[in-house]
Design a binder for this molecule. Structure first.
Ligand code: GLP
Length: 267
């Protein structure tokens, strides 16, 4: 797991946007996995700015979102489809046909889950999957004790996740307790996993993910088994790691390897 520690949330967003832009420029028809939540918003603003400035085009890009509330139609203001349209898709040159978010109102749940997996496979798999992390270590809506090889399915949300997300719903408004989410197995098949986290509220989950055992108690810890997992966090989210300096040292060495200056001895 590559852990990149940035000074603050703005730098985290800039680092990740730069990484994604470079990937799209290198492979314009890439398949991008996307996430919702407050954390990626600054990153999405950076991607919109890059697109408007002509530094990147999403014309050939396809996207797959991680999850959706089960029971909300796409047009619902709290649906993740609505969130993605409002914060990203409406402001970039992507073809809406190529933006997939699981259907929260499908008549047949099992079929909707199987169809989502098949759609990812038809596109050749996900090149880069963006992830946030819940305070309880969830990724997508894979709550603690999710099977580490799970596929897209309907999940019951934990009480802490429902409480964390209640801020987005008006008092008395229906708040789903179920979600349709890519499984951990689905996420592990992405070619690169890029997890972003900012703020002290995520510090314990980050520590469990990076330093803890691989365990269904912390679904994000499954990323230790991913071939190319990149974790980009700010100082606050890194604050519970045992040896922050070690990760910073590795990053400096990585940069030296990527950009060896004149006279840099080979490693
Ligand atoms: C939701 C999403 C997750 C996201 C998490 C954290 O539960 N399903 O994909 O990572 O929220 O959100 P935030 O970034 O707002 O802390």
């Amino acid at each position: 797991m590559k852990v990149v520690i940035q000074d603050d949330a703005a730098q985290v967003a800039a680092y990740c946007a730069d990484l994604i832009v470079r990937r799209i420029v290198a492979r314009p028809a890439m398949v991008l996995g996307l996430a919702t939540g407050a954390t990626p918003l600054a990153l999405y603003r950076e991607l919109v700015a890059a697109c408007r400035a002509g530094r990147v085009s999403f014309r050939e890009v396809s996207t797959f979102n991680l999850d959706e509330y089960w029971g909300l139609p796409a047009v619902h203001p709290q649906s993740y489809r609505h969130f993605m349209d409002r914060h990203l898709f409406d402001h970039i040159d992507i073809d809406p046909v190529n933006t997939a978010v699981p259907r929260g109102d499908a008549a047949n749940a099992a079929q909707a889950c199987a169809d989502y997996e098949a759609a990812i496979a038809r596109k050749g798999g996900i090149d880069l999957q963006l992830l946030g992390i819940g305070r309880n270590g969830h990724i997508g809506f894979n709550e603690p004790f999710s099977s580490l090889r799970s596929r897209t399915r309907i999940k019951t949300l934990s009480r802490s996740t429902i409480a964390d997300n209640a801020r987005f719903f008006a008092a008395g408004e229906f708040q789903p307790h179920l979600a349709i989410t890519m499984g951990i197995g689905t996420i592990l098949e992405s070619r690169t996993a890029l997890l972003v986290a900012t703020g002290a509220a995520k510090a314990a989950a980050i520590r469990a993910m990076v330093e803890g055992p691989v365990t269904a108690s912390c679904p994000a810890s499954a990323l230790q088994l991913h071939e190319r997992a990149v974790v980009v966090i700010d100082e606050a989210a890194a604050s519970a790691l045992t040896d922050v300096e070690f990760f910073k040292h590795i990053e400096r060495e990585n940069r030296r390897l990527e950009n060896p200056g004149p006279g840099t001895p080979p490693h």
